[in-house]
Design a protein around this ligand. Structure first.
Ligand code: 5GP
Ligand code: ZN
Length: 112
């Protein structure tokens, strides 16, 4: 199994855990783009949003709720951003679906 985030989920590659439950694992991004930069990944390998089907509805809802709970835990009461880079045009570099949770600074819009 060669997927970087699968190795992080199973502990083969070390990471700084932020949150975990039966369906997902959240950890600190190694190159933070904001004072809070957490990656939230499903334990199950899904390459990207390009692969989603209707059967992933509950899982994706779970990831969104996990992001909101982590944001609350991190004290991001002034707001935050959740990003899912997808595929080549979306700038995705790790092919295991992940949510970026970014916060504690004004992030600006639109993205570059
Ligand atoms: P993407 O560009 O695919 O949306 O995001 C991949 C993210 O994974 C990047 O923000 C990058 O910094 C992060 N990342 C890549 N390799 C590692 C790693 O080994 N450990 C951790 N914690 N984050 C990583
Ligand atoms: Zn994977």
């Amino acid at each position: 199994m060669s997927c970087l985030f699968c190795k992080i989920v199973d502990g083969t590659i070390l990471s700084t855990a932020i949150y975990q439950d039966e369906l997902c694992y959240a950890f600190a991004d190694i190159h933070p783009m904001a004072p809070v930069h957490v990656l939230i990944v499903p334990r199950e390998h899904i390459g990207s949003m390009l692969e989603l089907t209707a059967g992933d509805k509950d899982l994706m809802g779970h990831l969104a709720i996990a992001a909101s709970q982590i944001a609350a835990q991190q004290g991001l009461t002034n707001g935050y951003r959740v990003v899912i880079n997808t595929g080549e045009d979306g700038g995705q570099t790790v092919e295991h679906l992940h949510l970026h949770l970014l916060g504690r600074r004004n992030l600006g819009w639109p993205p570059g």
